[in-house]
Design a protein around this ligand. Structure first.
Ligand code: GLN
Length: 488
């Protein structure tokens, strides 16, 4: 186990802060120094504001000195994906089109972290507008995987995953529309939770595909992720898609949840295309649960075969509508030497958006056009319902599902950039969960022969985060993967 302060879990750090052995300023400085010394290699951050961050740490120390602590994460530095608004900080979404834009307000998750006393650390790198699976689509440069810097960290929240894996943050927030929290978590050997649709307010999250987007949580231990989720989750009147579900005490549930569960294994997720080393790791995780007394049974999710196609119609259609607001008038970048309004729009969008974003806008506009709407968009929505029904039928008989997160381990930088379909296939096991509105968590389950992290995905019913976190905790506690750190 590492003794470096930046590799400690938030729950360990909370004890050290409470006992006065360390201060939040010490901790925050250690995280800042760590970032400055290695981020030249990783590029996990787009920007950070050292002075502001240290002021927040100091405020936390003063609070504690006065005998007051706002939450278990009081004084803990948290990385924020650069798609979530923090008042006064730049917000780029990894795009040139938002260059120079500063958020005028706080997202609800940021407001909740402030009320919890957390230290809002840097803005993490990401694929432009969260579109991608490798973090190679960022205008601010690609992110490297801390376990092997010639490889991708996954995407689109690659900066958050890499930062947490490398000790550049204790925890981080990301967003997951089709896998963007779980897939980079698996590639970087950390935990990544995609909450149920409606569990975390998206007010202040820049929209990609509004019927799929969720803000997710990264950490190096399940307990830390449960704590972060506890703080940011819950109904918010500012987001009409947020749902007034009954929140649990997620950390208590981890430790007290001992019931025998029935775990479903979707056989479609273990078919061709899955790396044999990952298959083996998943199988041994399944054996672990069986040996721990849970029941395991095969389930069928036959409609998931069509999930990728449906996702790329629905996500691009919604993106084409959401991204219409970037017109060179309201936010960030504006093209120069323009003649009239149409010229401003087209030049700004032409120069400001990257290739992948343009591809999605074009695809989505096509799917929504009147002559194609019925045969693409409407049909994709029907397929979505069938996929959801498949999951609902499976959940009639099982409490949770176990599947791979990704078909492969982290691939080499540049390997898939010229083949969008290959890139899209990276999310084949994660995006059905978004289509169905369920929750899923990626939990480290070992390393490949060449030392790359692998993850299992535990999928739960909507608003049953406590169950998947508890199952993940059980696995984590019986293995030592969380104590392994990359050498950078
Ligand atoms: N990789 C998927 C995509 O590019 C998912 C992205 C995400 O979850 N934000 O659409």
């Amino acid at each position: 186990m590492s003794n470096e302060i930046f590799y400690k879990s938030a729950s360990e750090l909370e004890k050290l802060l409470d006992s006065g052995e360390i201060t939040s300023v010490d901790l925050t400085k250690a995280v800042i120094e760590r970032t400055k010394s290695i981020d030249g290699k990783l590029n996990a951050f787009i920007s950070f504001d050292e002075r502001k961050t240290l002021e927040e740490a100091l405020a936390s120390d003063e609070r504690r000195k006065g005998g007051r602590k706002l939450s278990p994460l009081d004084g803990i530095p948290i990385g924020i994906k650069d798609v979530i608004s923090e008042n006064g900080q730049p917000l780029t979404c990894g795009s040139k089109i938002l260059k120079g834009y500063v958020s005028p307000y706080d997202a609800t998750v940021i407001e909740r972290l402030r009320s919890a006393g957390s230290v809002l650390w840097g803005r993490t790198n990401m694929d432009e507008f969260a579109m991608g699976s490798s973090n190679e689509n960022s205008f601010y440069g690609n992110v490297c995987n801390p376990w092997d810097i010639t490889r991708v960290p996954g995407g689109s929240s690659g900066g958050s995953a890499a930062a947490v894996a490398a000790g550049e943050a204790i925890l981080a927030l990301g967003s997951d529309t089709g896998g963007s929290v779980r897939q980079p978590a698996a590639f970087c050997g950390v935990i990544g939770l995609k909450p149920s649709y409606g569990a975390v307010s998206r007010y202040g999250l820049v929209a990609f595909a509004s019927s799929l987007d969720q803000i997710g949580q990264f950490g190096r231990s399940i307990e830390d992720v449960a704590t972060l989720f506890q703080i940011v989750a819950g109904h918010d009147v500012k987001d009409s898609s947020s749902y007034p579900f009954e929140k649990k005490n997620y950390v208590n549930e981890l430790k007290n949840y001992k019931a025998v569960k029935t775990i479903g294994i979707p056989k479609e997720f273990l078919g061709t295309g899955l790396d044999p080393e990952i298959r083996q790791a998943i199988e041994s995780a399944i054996n672990f649960y069986e040996n721990s007394g849970h029941r395991v049974r095969e389930v069928q999710l036959s409609m998931t075969e069509y999930a990728l196609a449906a996702y790329y119609v629905i996500a691009t259609a919604e993106a084409s509508a959401n991204l219409a607001r970037f017109d060179g008038i309201r936010y960030g970048y504006r093209a120069e030497n323009v003649k009239n309004a149409i010229d401003i729009y087209s030049k700004t969008r032409g120069e400001g958006f990257g290739m992948e974003v343009k591809r999605r806008i074009i695809l989505g506009t096509f799917a929504l056009s009147s002559e194609n709407f019925d045969s693409y968009y409407l049909r994709a929505q029907k397929v979505r319902t069938l996929i959801r029904n498949d999951f609902m039928a499976a959940f009639d008989n099982v409490d949770a599902l176990i599947a791979p997160v990704t078909p492969t381990t982290a691939f080499k930088i540049g390997d898939k950039t010229s083949d969008p379909l290959q890139m899209y296939l990276s999310d084949i096991y994660t995006l059905p969960v978004n289509l169905a509105g369920l929750c899923g968590v990626s939990v480290p389950c070992g390393f490949s022969k060449i030392g790359l992290p692998m993850g299992i995905q535990i999928i739960g019913k909507a608003f049953h985060e406590h169950e998947i976190l508890a199952l993940g905790y059980e696995f984590e506690q019986s293995h030592d993967f969380k104590d392994a750190h990359p050498k950078i």
